[in-house]
Design a protein around this ligand. Structure first.
Ligand SMILES: *Cc1c(COP(=O)(O)O)cnc(C)c1O
Length: 384
């Protein structure tokens, strides 16, 4: 089946069927699994609902297909997937290098939880060169955590350069691949050891469930991830696993529209006098556009826009005037969203180039592009 295109493979992940069966797997609501005899009680896997049942196995198979992974571990949300991946590869006394523009709660996990576990952490700026990064590697450095593009500022790390340094210095590389959704970016193909996704975003795709996944090709890392996941009791509920699996079937079709709407909105915003700069990696004016072209095959619907300086009450008037764009966290659903994000930047390194005014994060949903543009246009009238 490997000759098929990704959209086809995501739909046909089930093997051939010997018995008549439904298109989709059953949702087994189970803690207890019953066995026919004492002999199978301790030998049959899965032996308990927490290990996942049919729908989980099918979701794992679909994600392995999507990310070119061999081992997939499911978690109850994206943050738990990041924490599991990072927590599995580090022990007391170790040191980790983390990208400054990591998803905020992941950074907090590293700087609060890892520190409490006796693991030290150093942030590095996303746009770092090889020798500067090399100088940050300590004898006890074990992991390098990256996210492409980084949250809120959409700056891209040079993943290939980092993978090279990690290989040379024996570091495990972990990449948060939520933005590329597995379809437009394949970290494992670039030599990254562990890819992580918040399935909550585009896999689920309808803002109605949480999920996360940790994916790798390395058996040694997979064993550590499984052990850590078992010890922490990490698991995904069957309804949520079903929602993520169902979403994956239409991921390609939805992302095509998210991408087109996102690019069209970015193009329109770039012409507006209220906007200082659009931050969209697929646009040639993005500082890391060359890296995006090298490492990605597409863009999702999430990007940034920097406004020209404007008083806060004007900004709030504008945000109160949007009707189609929701004001809310998360993204990846069918609906458009907009949030001001300066309050959650919390960076060690000043974003480059410096932000001219307020930073907005926009998620282009699946609505008609004309309606989205008209909505922003009427709201932007409140800025002046
Ligand atoms: C949303 C998000 C997460 C966390 O996912 P949840 O399911 O909300 O916990 C992790 N990483 C990135 C890049 C995200 O955008």
């Amino acid at each position: 089946m490997t000759q098929h295109k990704p959209s086809t493979r995501l739909i046909h992940t089930r093997g051939s069927r010997l018995e008549p069966s439904s298109v989709n797997p059953p949702i087994e609501r189970a803690s207890t699994v019953l066995f026919p005899d004492p002999g199978t009680l301790y030998t049959h896997k899965p032996g308990y609902g927490r290990m996942g049942l049919t729908v989980h196995r099918e979701l794992e198979a679909a994600l392995a297909t999507l990310e070119h992974a061999e081992h997939v571990r499911l978690t109850m949300n994206g943050l738990a997937a990041c924490a599991l991946a990072i927590g599995s590869v580090l022990d007391v006394g170790d040191h980790a290098l983390i990208q400054d523009s990591l998803y905020g709660p992941t950074r907090r996990f590293c700087e609060r939880r890892l520190k409490a576990m006796g693991i030290t952490v150093t942030r590095f700026p996303t746009r770092i060169d090889a020798s500067t990064l090399m100088a940050l590697v300590q004898p006890n450095t074990k992991a390098l955590v990256l996210e492409s593009p980084g949250s809120l500022t959409f700056d891209l790390p040079d993943t290939q350069m980092m993978v090279g340094i990690a290989a040379e210095r024996g570091l495990v590389t972990i990449a948060d691949n939520t933005w590329g959704a597995g379809l437009y970016h394949k970290p494992l193909d670039l030599g990254v050891d562990i890819s992580v996704q918040a399935l909550t975003k585009y896999a689920v795709g309808h803002a109605d469930a949480f999920g996360g996944a940790v994916m790798t090709r390395r058996q040694d890392l997979a064993s550590r991830i499984v052990a850590c996941s078992e010890d922490w009791g990490i698991a995904l509920g069957p309804e949520e696993a079903y929602a993520a699996l169902r979403g994956l079937r239409t991921l390609d079709a939805r992302l095509t529209r998210h991408q087109a709407n996102g690019l069209a909105l970015a193009e329109w915003l770039a012409t507006r006098p209220e906007v200082a700069r659009v931050i969209h990696p697929a646009r040639p004016d993005h500082p890391d556009h060359a890296l995006w072209k090298r490492d990605f095959t597409g863009a999702c619907g999430l990007f940034g826009a920097v406004l020209n300086p404007v008083p806060e009450d004007r900004l709030n008037d504008m945000l109160s005037a949007v009707k189609l764009f929701g004001l809310g966290f998360s993204w990846g659903g069918y609906e458009s969203l907009i949030i001001p994000c300066d309050a959650q930047l919390n960076r060690t390194f000043t974003p480059e180039p410096q932000l001219e005014g307020p930073l907005l994060r926009i998620h282009a949903g699946l609505e008609a592009i004309e309606d989205l543009q008209a909505d922003l246009a009427q709201a932007f009238a409140r800025l002046t």
